[in-house]
Design a protein around this ligand. Sequence first.
Ligand SMILES: Nc1ncnc2c1ncn2[C@@H]1O[C@H](COP(=O)(O)OP(=O)(O)OP(=O)(O)O)[C@@H](O)[C@H]1O
Length: 286
Amino acid sequence: MTPSPIQMRGVAKQFGSKAILDNLDWEVRAGQVVGLLGRNGAGKSTLMECLLGLRETDGGSVLLFGEPLNALTDATRARIGYVPQKSDLFEWMTALQMLDYFKAMYPRWNDAKVASLLDRWGFDGLMRNKPIRRLSGGEQQRLSIVRALAHDPELLVLDEPASALDPAGRRSFLAELVDGVIEQGTTVVFSTHILTDLERVAPDVAFLKNGRIALQGELDTLLDGARRVIGPANLLGAALPGELRRSQTGDGSVCVIVQGGAPLADTPGVRVEPLGLEDLFIEVTR
Ligand SMILES: Nc1ncnc2c1ncn2[C@@H]1O[C@H](COP(=O)(O)OP(=O)(O)OP(=O)(O)O)[C@@H](O)[C@H]1O
């Protein structure tokens, strides 16, 4: 059996005394496209950096395509593409110089794709030939995406890749992601706070909370089964099947978030409501 592109077991990472990743287990299988969600500061960037070996972990193990991070072969490295949240481009180079530099490092470099993306994403002669530090934030982000896609990676890790793009740029990037990348069977991990983007590209979502993957599944299934159940404490005293969390509302009622059904749906005095992705995000990551 082909090993999964990402397998993390018991991964821990602390900054000072604060545990950011806490005994985290995570597996992303070949061809999966997973949206990674979590509140600001939940540790999404840290998780991506740790899984790519860009940041040392304090414990646990990471296998990429079955190889341990500390023994990753060049061939396996060449199967991975990454768009970081903050630009890590060589700012003193021009776009063309930087792409040439990376081309020399990858045995599989898709010149036609690079040319087509640069054309479509507005890189005219002037933009291709000026130092990257003089490109705008959105232009640098587009260039970073071109660099990550240029070697046709089999695993693509994207950390808020569209955060600096204008609506037209975002639409064009998402179209490329869906038609040019996901269609090819590429495994993708994609963090974003723009939930409409996520709904467009990611069939699966994973919620990072308290240093672990708190909930993961097919987006449609999670949304189909997610309900808010509200009623008096005497009817909702016991834990409900699929209960994720409960709280007290302002009027003293109990509000329970459940996953996987609609318990007590026909009970008088109990209200059962469906949840959208934004509601689910807020409830799961609260
Ligand atoms: N180098 C560092 N030193 C100390 N603390 C750090 C460092 N990098 C990140 N942190 C802290 O670790 C936590 C997780 O940060 P991280 O950037 O991984 O979160 P995130 O989920 O990606 O957030 P956002 O959604 O805002 O991008 C935050 O509290 C952050 O302040």
